[in-house]
Design a protein around this ligand. Structure first.
Ligand code: SAM
Length: 240
């Protein structure tokens, strides 16, 4: 009981650190990342693909510090309006330093798809939040070759991004390598083990939610927020 209360307080403090950093991670999703790292043993290695300004990296890093684990943050710092290029890298580095995580988080700058073929370090937890097209996402799932059996893979924008969801249908619903466990909003949790029929049905049951998210995205682009509100989405942002 005492340790559960301390755990909550630790997560609350970590979220207070991460929340001011611009990004897409919700508090419930931060909690899911925190809990996933909390299930790892000392010396574990977490790989995050897609770190942006460090919102999720701070949660992973603070959780890793508490477990004696480490985080590798992989980001290409893609140019353009959405991701911001090299100024984003500077913000990431400043945010990680301000959170006191320089000794826990190692930044690897590059495209995940280019780094993956020669990657040779064992990983204990994989968090995928890089480029959301089908090809990159399904390639990013292959980083799981470095995970032990039953290890967890967390994926942001699942059942929300079309590319990520198509990849999930192809590799998780119809594949035999990953089992869908649950989700916090669009942050899905998979385990590296063969799925049962029941596990596959759980993916199918998320597809109406995916359809609703696609409708909301279309409505937002058509500036029809009041209609999106009727579907329970009361924000100017896409559903995450
Ligand atoms: C959605 S953001 C990540 C958000 C971050 N996890 C957070 O909580 O704020 C996606 C990031 O992935 C990076 N990115 C996009 N494609 C990539 C790729 N192929 N390899 C590595 N990073 C990539 C972008 O530069 C961007 O910073």
């Amino acid at each position: 009981m005492v340790s559960h209360v301390r755990e909550e307080a630790d997560f609350d403090a970590a979220w207070r650190r991460a929340e001011p950093v611009p990004g897409w991670l919700t508090q419930a999703q931060g909690r899911a990342l925190w809990d996933a790292v909390g299930r790892l043993g000392p010396g574990a290695l977490v790989v995050e693909i897609g770190s942006h300004q460090g919102r999720s990296t701070i949660i992973l890093g603070l959780a890793a510090r508490a477990r004696g684990a480490r985080v590798i943050a992989v980001d290409a710092f893609v140019d353009g309006k959405l991701f911001g290029g090299s100024p984003t890298r500077q913000r990431f580095e400043a945010n990680i330093a301000a959170a006191g995580l320089d000794d826990v988080v190692e930044l690897v700058v590059g495209y995940s798809t280019k780094l993956r073929p020669t990657w040779d370090r064992p990983i204990d937890l994989l968090y995928v939040d890089g480029k959301h097209d089908y090809w990159t996402y399904t390639d990013d799932l292959l980083w799981s070759r470095h995970l032990p059996a039953d290890a967890e893979i967390l994926v942001h924008d699942c059942y929300s991004s079309i590319g990520v969801t198509l990849g999930t249908i192809a590799k998780i619903l119809f594949g035999s390598r990953y089992t869908y466990v649950d989700r916090a909003g669009s942050l899905a949790r998979f385990a590296l083990r063969r799925p049962t029929t029941k596990d596959r049905l759980r993916v199918l049951r998320e597809l109406p939610w995916f359809a609703r998210n696609v409708v909301i995205k279309v409505l937002l682009r058509l500036r029809l927020r009041p209609v999106a509100r009727v579907l329970g989405h009361d924000e100017p942002y896409d559903p995450y």
